[in-house]
Design a protein around this ligand. Sequence first.
Ligand SMILES: C[S@@+](CC[C@H](N)C(=O)[O-])C[C@H]1O[C@@H](n2cnc3c(N)ncnc32)[C@H](O)[C@@H]1O
Length: 270
Amino acid sequence: MSKQSKASDPRELREQVQKGYAEVAKGGSGCCSGSIDKQERSESLGYSREDLAALPAAANLGAGCGNPTAAAEIQVGETVLDLGSGAGIDCFLAAKKVGPRGKVIGVDMTEAMLAKARQNAEQVGAENVEFRQGIIEELPVESGTVDLILSNCVINLSPEKGRVFAEAHRVLKPGGRMLISDIVLEKLLPEELTDDLGAHLGCLAGATLKEHYLRLVKDAGFTGVEVLSEMPFESDGDGPNGLADKLCCGADADDVPRAISLKLRAVKSR
Ligand SMILES: C[S@@+](CC[C@H](N)C(=O)[O-])C[C@H]1O[C@@H](n2cnc3c(N)ncnc32)[C@H](O)[C@@H]1O
């Protein structure tokens, strides 16, 4: 991926992200998913071999940074919403758990991703999954209708994270919960990196400091905000942006800012 600057306007940046992920849907790389073995990477992120085997192969982009479904305690009959559903990996896992009385909605802004996800749904006959086009800053979902929100390595890409969390809070039922895996930073990144579109698409340059991220979740009205796990954000060093990969993965030197893959749980009060 050639070196290109990020747009400063949120709408324009979303368009850049959309273009980048349309390429990923067509077989490119994103979020440190360069030339990795997707199966291996997904297992290291907490997906079981059985879960992965039951999925349509194309549903796993290798673009996540955790497995938010694992800690979500998904119940039969629930309504689940996945923010930035990609090719549908977490939607299909959730769909099995909620069963025919439940429902899963995946929202993504990238048409090519939605096409891929819908094709996957057809392939496995997942009738309780629906993929909707929209932005996570303005969800195409009715207020107070969702039991569980999932999101995997997406909110870091949003230039308006506060809006995303406010929307997530709006659509949840009272008592509903949010389980997300995402990238946050221990230290601010150098400017040459925060400005780089490749590093943004690689889920690094859009990431914010951990404390700031947690503050935004609380400011949106969530309670019981809990970090369930943290692990270094790793790639094979061969993703879409050399510098980003070096920084996110070779984080043993003191002066290298560390990116962390965080699993977080938060609740909407009753
Ligand atoms: C890194 S991929 C993760 C996909 C999926 N969650 C997974 O784990 O495989 C990011 C996805 O989020 C979508 N996305 C990024 N920003 C978005 C936004 N503001 N609104 C809706 N979708 C967005 C992209 O189109 C892409 O499909």
